[in-house]
Design a protein around this ligand. Structure first.
Ligand code: PLP
Length: 410
């Protein structure tokens, strides 16, 4: 990319899925918070892996296995650089954010959290950062406490301060809300948790694809994200923690690759990260993640963040021009997500009619039912942007929403 910044039209042209017509209309893809589209280079990297380098990793002495291992471990280094991790071994490959959080619950949680302990979550959490902790709490007799939010969707830091106590063993909070787009004050959340002696997990599923992230700078102990929301394939993600923390934890899943030696009497474990990567991993997913990181890095995460801020403003303005529209989630610091309602119209109807116009938005509780409950809504419609969206798509969303209102108010 030149110093003048990317040519966004050319960037968009990298995404074959965006060239298609849907229901006879040009596709306007605004479901990026659910999953991103994939650029040609990622698709090519996966195809090339199968055409040239497909083999199982770590175990083979033959050339192909060596090539696959080099590719796989090379991506670990890329991931580390991308998120500011001091050592690539700190980056454990998992299936996605959900599996990463479950990994932490089943290792850190099961060994460090006990009866009477407390886990602090926030009102903004995705179900993936609630349910693993509920399962753990049921087993251990621990309790979940929740940082409340205000009507704008911002966390109440004064209330958070009151929740912290010597009983707090873990604070697990999202970096960016998938339902409302709120960017949480994650550094401050982590700092306060550490001062209280708690361990910090950050769910970065909606942050890493949209802004520069430096895990050391944030001050988290665990930082988790998914590849498929950042132009990589599905089925791959990363769980980061400092090496010493990973080393202090027991393995989770048992099987091939995570052992040092096995006998029927006793087995011993491989070094981190292999200790947490049992079985044949998603090698193609890792290769695709590497290509996605190269692609995003070439554009620049700071440029992506700035572009998406402008796009979000354009899409929110377009939504608000529609009679009866209200944006849900009006935090001062927001990223990429415009949740909204149209007065008197169920969000599912909005989504269905918008789809007829070629506009793909998401409707429902967005796997964040407590957010909806707090706001007194059964569901919202959600337009979520990525850098490859265009300002010209904002009026197309507006036109689709106007069609919705015409159908319902005729
Ligand atoms: N956390 C947040 C904030 C999310 O938005 C999502 C997915 O939408 C997840 C966790 C779960 O990610 P995955 O389904 O990739 O495991």
């Amino acid at each position: 990319m030149s110093g003048a910044g990317p040519d966004w039209a050319r960037v968009r042209a990298d995404f074959p899925a965006l060239r298609q017509q849907v229901r006879g209309k040009p596709l306007v893809y605004l479901d990026n918070a659910a999953t991103s589209q994939k650029p040609q280079c990622v698709i090519d990297a996966v195809r090339q892996y199968y055409e040239l380098h497909n083999a199982n990793i770590h175990r083979g002495v033959h050339w192909l296995s060596e090539q696959a291992t080099i590719a796989y471990e090379g991506v670990r280094k890329k991931v580390a650089r991308f998120i500011g991790a001091p050592d690539p071994r700190e980056c454990v490959f998992v299936r996605g954010a959900t599996e990463g959080i479950n990994l932490v619950a089943q290792t850190f949680g099961r060994t460090r959290i006990g009866k009477g302990d407390e886990i602090v979550l926030s009102a903004l959490e995705h179900h993936s950062n609630i349910v693993p902790w509920q399962i753990l709490c049921e087993e251990k007799g621990a309790t979940i406490r929740v940082i409340p939010m205000n009507d704008a969707g911002e966390l109440r830091m004064d209330e958070y301060a009151k929740l912290l106590s010597p009983k707090t063993k873990l604070v697990a909070v999202t970096h960016v809300s998938n339902a409302l787009g709120t960017v949480t004050p994650i550094r401050e959340i982590a700092r306060m948790a550490k001062t209280a002696g708690a361990t910090v997990l950050v769910d970065g599923a909606q942050a890493v694809p949209h802004q520069p992230v430096n895990v050391k700078d944030i001050g988290a102990d665990f930082y988790i994200f998914s590849g498929h929301k950042m132009c990589a394939p599905t089925g791959i993600g990363v769980a980061w923690a400092p090496l010493a923390l990973w080393n202090s934890l027991p393995p989770w899943q048992g099987g091939g690759d995570m052992i040092s030696s096995v006998s029927f009497e006793k087995s011993t474990w491989a070094e981190v990260p292999a200790k947490f990567e049992a079985g044949t991993p998603n090698i193609e997913g890792v290769v695709g993640l590497g290509a996605a990181i190269d692609y995003l890095s070439a554009i620049g995460m700071d440029r992506i963040a700035a572009r998406e801020k402008d796009l979000l403003a354009a899409f929110e303005a377009a939504i608000l021009r529609v009679p009866g529209a209200r944006i849900v989630g009006t935090a001062r610091d927001k990223a990429g997500v415009a949740s909204f309602v149209l007065e008197g119209i169920h969000p599912h109807d909005i989504g269905t009619i918008a789809d007829r116009e070629g506009v793909a938005i998401r409707t429902g509780h967005h796997c964040a039912q407590p957010v909806m409950t707090r706001l007194g809504l059964p569901a919202t419609a959600r337009a979520s942007v990525a850098f490859y969206n265009t300002p010209e798509e904002a009026p197309l969303l507006e036109a689709a929403l106007r069609k919705v209102t015409e159908v319902f108010r005729a």
